[in-house]
Design a protein around this ligand. Sequence first.
Ligand code: ATP
Ligand code: MG
Length: 578
Amino acid sequence: MRMSQLFVPTLREVPAEAETISHQYLLRAGMIRRIAAGIYTYLPLAQRVLEKIEEIVREEMNKQGGQELKMPTLHPAELWQESSRWDAYGRELFRLRDRHERDYCLGPTHEEVITDLVRREVNSYRQLPLLLYQIQTKFRDEIRPRFGLMRGREFTMKDLYSFDRDQDGLDVSYQKMYDAYSAIFRRCALKFRVVEADTGAIGGTDSHEFIVVADTGEDEIIYCEACDYAANVERAVAALAGEEDIAEPLKDLKLASTPGMTSIDDVVSFLGTEPQRLLKTLVYLAIDGEAYKPVVVVLRGDREVNEIKLQNHLGCMHLALADAQTVEEITQAPVGFAGPVGLKDVRIIIDAEVPTVVNGICGANRADYHWINVNPQRDFPPAEIMDLRRVAAGDKCHFCGNPLKSDRGIEVGHIFKLGTKYSVAMDATFLDEAGRKKPMVMGCYGIGIPRTMAAAIEQNHDENGIIWPLSIAPYQVVIIPVNSKNAEHMELAEDLYTRMNRVGIEVVLDDRDERAGVKFNDADLIGFPLRLTLGPRSLKEGKVEIKDRATGKVTLVEIGEAVAVIKDRIEEMGKGWA
Ligand code: ATP
Ligand code: MG
């Protein structure tokens, strides 16, 4: 391709709306343009990168026995009503109505449609397992579309669905996808971690996320370097701290005056204690549509509530901290003095660590007073005990006791054992060897294609622009004749361009009548892995310059050898990933 013809409107300035590096460079390198919040056009360079990622995905899916198909984006409401997700999916679902007043949605995911297909066409164990996938547009009316392609409202996803006879079969399909995903992200040259993921209110079954490590990521992951435990913070567990703590005799419960001390910090310094002695008491509302129920939650003063764990446990649609009025109604005291001691007629949930607290402190449900020497096992009313806490770096690993670490990252892939959730709801059954009717056991597996492209930029860039990994670069090489006015140099550049094309190298010839500086800047911004420069000085010696975008390393080679050297470089760079 010739740069003079390539539709790549690069920008000099950093666009004001772009907060993250990938968003900035995608705009500046002329790869994407926004038409509305979370909705983008992919320009030719982006399209090439997306196609390369898709091709890698396709190869790895096919290798594991996946079969590609394509389902519609427009889904009739009836299917979503059958699975109960028409209501449960909430406002993220784009809904529309046809001329006959029938309801439809734009597919945010395809469990319903694929289950409908398979239940009609598959009825015997002989037809299973089945691994079906598509690479297709999804629509999600995200509350906060942001960071360019990271969180869009329209985006391409590869989604595969597995159908098996039983749990063992699902385990095999799941492992295949786990392996395929690892291969895909390795081939895209991404540094990633596989972490245990939250499975929502259905719980129980396995789920893993593939997280590309990046500071700008929206996800937080917790991991242990000693034993390989890794989980999304939404799901992460840690050892209880209590055991090694205080071994002291239980003291008598006493009321202490704490005038105006409503925060943890206030109480800690006023009573001269430590936050882990405090029994932080919060009132939440479990909300389902119009209905809501208060829930009192207790955890150590130095811990935070993991609201995902709490919501999963409660099985409610939304969760919110209660307003001051509700807190007062439940505790008979102003906000800041709540405690579980003596509370009645309300659901109380305490974090698993709370029972290990000895001679602790909590609000007395009375303005300006706290209880001291609180011993949960002795003084609390009956309560549910569960792991409620949000794990943080430095907490001890549940499995090996070593300190946990945390990182930020971008979720690029998600694999999930669905079990029979959809097959039971939608009656997708088959007959086993003994002629018994059974629900199919399902899994679902998704990769965001544009998000993967953006994640690659977050990990591979410098102050001058993108540094594409070779496997997903829009083009492998750019040829830059420094002096475009010199006919001889241009002819030589044309010749190299033709020869590279002939041997299948993906090359752009920067044939524009521009200053060399402009061409170099664009080449760095766009991020071609290799740059071949025809400079007047080296040409005098019959040489051209080859520069590696990632390392900055420059080598001078004989003109006659340039194509072969580049070909070797490309092969070498591709090794280790494929
Ligand atoms: P998130 O927690 O980031 O919203 P999700 O759990 O909703 O993701 P899945 O439903 O598991 O995502 O979708 C599979 C994959 O699709 C994700 O791993 C991600 O790569 C991609 N994806 C999901 N939502 C978006 C979005 N709004 N924009 C771009 N890619 C997305
Ligand atoms: Mg989401």
